[in-house]
Write a protein that binds this ligand. Sequence first.
Ligand code: GRG
Length: 267
Amino acid sequence: MNVAAYLKKKSKQIEKALDSILSAKGAVPQSLAHAMRYAIFAGGKRVRPILVLAACEAVGGDEKKVLPAACAIELIHNYSLVHDDLPCMDDDDLRRGKPTCHVKFGEATALLAGDALLTLAFEVMSGTKLEAVKLLAQAVGGSGMVGGQQVDIDFQGKNKDLPTVQYINTHKTGDLIAVSFRLGAYLGGGTSSQTKPIYEAGKCAGLLFQIVDDILDKEGYASVIGMHEAKIQAQRLRERAKNHLKPLGHKAVALSNIIDFIADRDY
Ligand code: GRG
């Protein structure tokens, strides 16, 4: 299977669905709607929503049932980037090579665009299952992504030990990726013997994603355990993630190939 072609095809599908979700929000003030669209259509890779679709495929599920969750996860991912770029956080001027949302629309509007994207995500999720809404909320709230970001902030400029770096990686980045695997399998109608190993693979892939990011940026994990050890860990996580998927057979080939894509990315 050609993973680049798969990602391109699925990414178009996600963009179409995101476009119709944002277009349906008729009553949003224009300035806010512009900032929301700018944040969403700025050239992201759509890795997380594609993982949702591939996890659904791995359980032989119907893609239509997971598309809303896939879009909700991408809305949340982009809200987190808009907020992460704000002056009170990372204070970044560029994202994906373009001016960040607050540089383009001002801080207050960027903050509100993030809020509106997060809220919209849960409106979209309300059309799925209550359990899925809860799993997503847990993954991105105080004990998930937001908690990971808080610990990252608490330790800024301080030496981080390995458990702290692991906590940050697991929650700040890992939880949203892990829940993408989990919801794709769950909402795709997977049995618990399918959903469990897919979620385990997702946890490994989530950590892998951040370790690869740290290796590319020469920081975080790579600076605590060293570049060489970080590369060994990344290789181990890739193998563990793919091993979890083996019992699912050929249906999980796309998911497995995306794990390789995450491990091999060089940008
Ligand atoms: C501010 C609530 C809040 C949370 C922030 C995810 C996050 C938590 C911050 C983003 C900072 C960051 C660089 C995290 C590492 C994960 C990462 C590389 C995200 C970018 O993901 P990609 O490469 O982005 O999937 P695209 O551009 O493809 O959408």
